[in-house]
Design a protein around this ligand. Structure first.
Ligand SMILES: Nc1ncnc2c1ncn2[C@@H]1O[C@H](COP(=O)(O)OP(=O)(O)OP(=O)(O)O)[C@@H](O)[C@H]1O
Length: 236
């Protein structure tokens, strides 16, 4: 579904992605991991067309997308930082997104699932960080898109909401959706990811299954595997 060839992206002198090559299998759930600042968000934004690489190409269903927008209609996106006007009420924001999308999304079950009814008439400025994130989850999942990109979807969520989010991702996965996510919560990766892509210094340091990653670092779990890689490469 996605093929990335020789993607390079710099912000001034900061070379964030140095020739990234990556293929994402349709229907797979891939966790993009790496230390802070390793380029995970930049990579996701390159796929979305929100960051334009200086070099390389991003193919979506075989078609080149760099500089194009059309493919974005097929992508559900939960950004790491979602910025909306603070005076908007939650129900107004949901309606706004529906108006922009020009199609009827199904937000009702998601609102129930995340117990958002009492907040629908509240302005975004009056919401807690976790409640805002629940609203962002609703916005990302209310449409039926074949590709779902979740950049740190768990941030601020309480344990109950985290379980609901994992169930939601599992359900989309079972429907055959292709899912790309970043997270620092290892249980999300361990429970949901088929594939791990580990970014380090703008390059893919590792791509494979959780078992392969643990075997490579000779560690029993993902947290220790990542720590081991970072110590070995002296990034801590
Ligand atoms: N628009 C931008 N302008 C300048 N520098 C940027 C921009 N976007 C990202 N960067 C820089 O690119 C680098 C990678 O950032 P990115 O957000 O992709 O990392 P990340 O792996 O997602 O990090 P984190 O785990 O902290 O979310 C950082 O050094 C960041 O400061």
């Amino acid at each position: 579904m996605i093929r990335i060839t020789d993607v390079q992206k710099s912000f001034n002198r900061n070379q964030v992605l140095k020739s990234v090559n990556l293929e994402i299998t349709p229907g797979s759930t891939t966790a993009i991991l790496g230390p802070n600042g390793s380029g995970k968000t930049t990579l996701l934004k390159s796929i979305l067309g929100l960051v334009i690489p200086q070099k390389g190409e991003v193919y979506f269903n075989g078609k080149p997308t760099v500089g194009k927008w059309e493919h974005r209609k097929q992508i559900a996106y939960l950004p790491q930082v979602a910025r909306f006007p603070e005076n908007l009420k939650v129900n107004e924001l949901i309606q706004l997104v529906k108006d922009i999308r020009e199609s009827p999304g199904d937000e009702r079950t998601l609102i129930e699932r995340f117990s958002l009814e009492p907040f629908l008439n509240k302005s975004l400025r009056n919401l807690s960080g976790g409640t805002r994130q629940k609203v962002n989850v609703v916005l990302a999942f209310m449409y039926d898109n074949p590709l779902i990109i979740l950049d740190e979807p768990t941030v601020g969520l309480d344990p109950v909401a985290l379980i609901h989010l994992k169930e939601l991702i599992s359900r989309e996965k079972a429907k055959g959706k292709t899912i790309l996510l970043t997270t620092h919560i290892m249980s999300v990766v361990e429970e949901l990811a088929d594939e791990i892509v580990f970014l380090l210094e703008g390059k893919i340091y590792f791509q494979g299954s959780l078992t392969e990653m643990n075997a490579l670092s000779q560690q029993a779990d993902l947290e220790h595997s990542i720590a081991q890689i970072l110590i070995k490469e002296a990034h801590v």
